[in-house]
Design a protein around this ligand. Sequence first.
Ligand SMILES: O=C(O)CCC(=O)C(=O)O
Ligand SMILES: [Fe+2]
Length: 201
Amino acid sequence: MIRNNKKPQGFPLHLPDADITYYPNFISHTEASAIFETLKEETPWQQDDIKVFGKVYAQPRLTALYGTNQKSYKYSNIEMIPHPLTTTLANLKQLVDETCHADFTTLLLNYYRDGKDSNGWHADNEKELGNNPIIASLSFGQERFFHLKHRTDKTLKHKLLLQHGSLLLMKGETQHRWLHQIPKTAKEIQGRINITFRIIA
Ligand SMILES: O=C(O)CCC(=O)C(=O)O
Ligand SMILES: [Fe+2]
């Protein structure tokens, strides 16, 4: 069983039109390293093609979808069908559910193999997530910058480094009012695995 400190400490970001809390030490360093290795090995990673302005590209990261129900997730012309949760993922879901006071159904895994892998500007606002969706995001492995920019007030932006074993929680209006991305980096870096938790009712 994966242990975390019973009441992990969360730091609110205090951004306007957003409700974001960062828990830097959600899972201990040692546990997080073991989870990274397990997820890297046991996940059936896929690389989908995405269509941007009519041109087809290989998505610049690997992904996998898991769910407690059969509901698929559609974004950027991709439809992903969920696998049933593994023991590791069910344990992580329990910890994240408790801290976030939610019952997440759908786990999207992202594997950024190196600095060339990335996730472009977007919001998680697909209609199956409902209005004001709650999104939790766990990070393992290489720390990467997470950029946020306000959709209309161009002076509002923020970046934070998502650490190994950390949890980021976004809720309320965040997805309506802000975009986020994981930019590429030219640095020589190791791999990172991210799990985003969503609710598809
Ligand atoms: O890798 C991350 O931290 C963010 C992933 C993300 O934004 C997404 O999958 O929607
Ligand atoms: Fe996202």
